[in-house]
Design a protein around this ligand. Structure first.
Ligand code: NAI
Length: 244
């Protein structure tokens, strides 16, 4: 039996990077996967895999969540797993940040994750079980110069704890992961900066950047029934970066 046999999973930001890796890995483990993303072209591409159902979603729009959850329950009967993975980043120094920048990052990274829980949890509750994994970041734990992004991921960290407490007795587990620097389209700028790259590698005990499958493997465990007594946990997936 595969590790996610019979499960229905929604992965936000599922058309690129870590999300796309999870979509492929989860279907390989027997899940029905809904890759929900704002990028239609990337969705069309990932939906070429006949086991991945691409659906358009802006995580910061409540009405999008409402219709996505209705459609998934209607088409597939239930929701077992939600991965709040969609995210955007910014490297602006504090001196350049204005309210618009703050709002953009917060509404996608923080509010988006909160709305995912708000709309998906009731569908999970009907089956008295569910697993939610939220993508925070090492930048929620230590300063790395990403300011508005760090703040938005700090809110993901806090939301995860709060939701674990609120939903535990209803059979829903909520955990957060804290990736370090992972090679995806989000971090492609690093590739062109040899100095930055070697600095990160030098500061990482395992001495390399993370790959999408490093994160997907850890989330697969948290999403599965193997983690049935784990909720409110915080898992670093950063090659030891935050241990330094
Ligand atoms: P990525 O840029 O490859 O993928 C992000 C996906 O989110 C894209 O498909 C994008 O279209 C989607 N997205 C953006 N705004 C959206 C919205 N409003 N509604 C729905 N989808 C939206 O990024 P990556 O690296 O795969 O990141 C995945 C998650 O992991 C993000 O939350 C990111 O903050 C987090 N993370 C990534 C790290 C890294 O080094 N790559 C490190 C720590 C955390």
């Amino acid at each position: 039996m595969a590790r996610l046999d019979g499960k229905v999973a929604i992965i936000t930001g599922g058309a690129s990077g870590i999300g796309a890796e999870m979509a492929t890995m989860f279907t390989g483990e027997g899940a029905t996967v809904i890759a929900a993303d704002i990028n239609q072209d990337a969705l069309d591409k990932i939906s070429e895999n006949e086991n991945i159902h691409g659906m358009k979603l802006d995580v910061s729009a409540e009405e999008d969540w409402q219709s996505l959850v209705e459609k998934v329950v209607n088409d597939f009967g239930k929701i077992d797993i939600l991965i709040n993975n969609a995210g955007v980043t910014s490297e602006k120094p504090i001196t350049e940040i204005n309210y618009k920048d703050w709002e953009f990052l917060s509404k996608i990274n923080g509010f988006g994750a909160m709305m995912g829980i708000k709309y998906v949890a009731p569908a999970m509750e009907r089956n008295k079980q569910g697993s939610i994994v939220n993508l925070s970041s090492v930048t929620a734990q230590i300063g790395m110069g990403l300011n508005s992004y760090s703040a938005s991921k700090g809110s993901v960290r806090a939301i995860s704890k709060a939701a674990a407490v609120e939903y535990g007795k209803r059979g829903i587990r909520v955990n957060a992961v804290f990736p370090g620097v992972i090679e995806t389209p989000m971090t492609k700028g690093l590739k062109s900066s040899e100095g930055q790259l070697s600095q990160i590698n030098a500061l990482t005990p395992l001495g390399r950047l993370g790959q999408p499958e490093d994160v997907a493997n850890a989330i697969l465990f948290l999403a599965s029934d193997e983690a049935s007594y784990i909720t409110g946990a915080e898992l670093a997936i950063d090659g030891g970066y935050s241990a330094m």
